[in-house]
Design a protein around this ligand. Structure first.
Ligand SMILES: Cc1cc2nc3c(=O)[nH]c(=O)nc-3n(C[C@H](O)[C@H](O)[C@H](O)COP(=O)(O)OP(=O)(O)OC[C@H]3O[C@@H](n4cnc5c(N)ncnc54)[C@H](O)[C@@H]3O)c2cc1C
Length: 395
């Protein structure tokens, strides 16, 4: 089976336009100062990430295939592929906006017209950052057990509860969250999905010190008043709103990223640096590991491409999203072990002189432990078993 892409003349011309624009518009010197771990970002890195998103949004390149009336580019999937491939050439500061990839599709599917007009354009134009705030201390894999409570009071809901492992180091504009609206209703029919302005009184954000870094936060809601018009999909429908998000987060949307930049850097370093007087990649055992890393990265890339194609071609998916996610998550710590075996103790330092790839490899030794976002490896297996009819049905 050949999943590779062939490009039309129009795509190739568009690629030149995007490439030139990125070359002219990005601050390449500033990008060289970007630390690998988001927890180490200065506010200027975060702000620059937001600025780049706004610049892309103005051109319709942040959400290329979304309709223009909602702030998208009104472009084709072919354009989107080119944009994503060209953006993948750069390390851009992550701003942790899950609103674009995960929140907007749910608002589009479940929101009323007024909500779409209000929330989608700023998200799709990169004017705001939205955090996905679902997980609670007792509700991660078993998300439907969440306890955060939303009680109706006049024109508002009043929300109380706490969330964990969410957000990023710097601030967001909106929080996309879930809370119990109907405590007496059956499981899955008792939850509401809310978009909360992040600055609302009663919202507190606390730093978490995770070995994986990444700038994750805990959030507390204390009598947070949210207008009823910020409830997406209606009372008791939040579980289904969240399913639109989770389906994508589990890998159903696929991706067209042409390369694994970290694996590229690993190979580049091994081909150029010396250990005990010998170029690292000259060692035959290490060659095997390097080739294995390259192959694994490309297997995952092709699974992502297949899912991307399926989603855009309207093909009904069953296990494919979680298959991509599981393969990626299994590879993450494995790649860290490969790096450690090939580079030895150099893989463990971000020292300016001794740390390979500006500390990216050291960062990966820690970051690769975080295989939880969007569901653990075990949960991906559970989802696959259910969608293949091997376990109890979905619901
Ligand atoms: C770096 C990072 C970023 C994150 N980002 C976000 C975010 O932006 N927004 C957000 O809302 N959440 C986020 N999360 C939370 C993430 O979704 C949860 O950590 C994840 O769903 C697992 O939940 P848990 O940590 O409560 O573990 P638990 O659900 O308590 O699981 C503990 C262990 O039990 C296993 N397990 C649980 N249930 C089963 C089962 N049925 N069968 C087999 N094994 C099972 C799990 O695989 C795991 O090994 C993030 C987490 C991390 C670490």
């Amino acid at each position: 089976m050949d999943f590779e892409l062939n490009y039309s003349v129009e795509q190739q011309e568009f690629r030149q336009e995007v490439r030139q624009w990125l070359k002219d518009s990005l601050d390449h010197e500033f990008l060289k100062t970007l630390p690998p771990d988001q927890e180490d970002y200065a506010e200027a890195h975060y702000e620059y990430g937001r600025q780049v998103r706004r610049m892309l949004g103005e051109r319709g390149w942040l959400a290329p295939t979304w309709p223009k009336e909602y702030g998208g580019g009104g472009l084709t999937v072919a354009h989107q592929i080119v944009i994503e491939e060209e953006l993948a050439e750069y390390d851009l500061p992550a701003v942790g906006d899950l609103g674009l990839t995960l929140g907007a599709p749910a608002i589009n599917a479940w929101g009323n017209e007024e909500q779409k007009q209000r929330f989608l354009p700023p998200i799709l134009k990169g004017e705001v950052v939205v955090w996905q705030v679902f997980t609670e201390p007792g509700a991660g894999s078993d998300l439907a057990s969440l306890k955060t409570r939303a009680v109706e009071d006049g024109d508002d809901f009043v929300i109380n509860g706490n969330k964990i492992f969410v957000g990023q180091k710097y601030y967001a504009d909106y929080l996309y969250t879930l809370a119990v609206t109907d405590p007496e209703a059956p499981r899955h029919n008792n939850i509401g999905a809310f978009i909360i302005p992040a600055g609302t009184e009663g919202v507190t954000v606390h730093r978490l010190d995770l070995i994986a870094g990444g700038g994750k936060r805990a959030i507390f809601f204390d009598d947070v008043r949210v207008p009823k018009e910020n409830l997406i999909g209606g009372k008791g429908k939040g579980w289904w709103v969240a399913q639109t998000t989770l389906e994508l987060e589990h890998g159903g949307g696929g991706r067209v990223t042409p390369r694994n930049r970290l694996v590229d850097q690993f190979l580049k370093y091994a081909k150029s640096a010396k250990l005990n007087g010998q170029v690292i990649s000259a060692d035959s055992r290490k060659q095997e590991i390097l080739v294995d890393a390259y192959i694994q990265a490309n297997v995952i890339r092709l699974l992502g491409l297949r899912n991307y194609w399926q989603r855009n071609a309207g093909v009904r998916q069953t296990y494919e999203g979680s298959q991509l996610s599981m393969n990626n998550k299994v590879f993450m710590p494995r790649l860290a072990s490969m790096m450690l075996e090939v580079l030895g103790p150099y893989a463990l330092t971000k020292d300016a002189t001794w740390g390979p790839a500006r500390g990216e490899i050291e960062n990966w030794q820690r970051q690769s432990t975080a295989t939880h976002p969007g569901g653990t490896i075990e949960i991906q297996k559970v989802i696959m078993a259910r969608s293949m009819g091997l376990s109890r049905g979905r619901g």
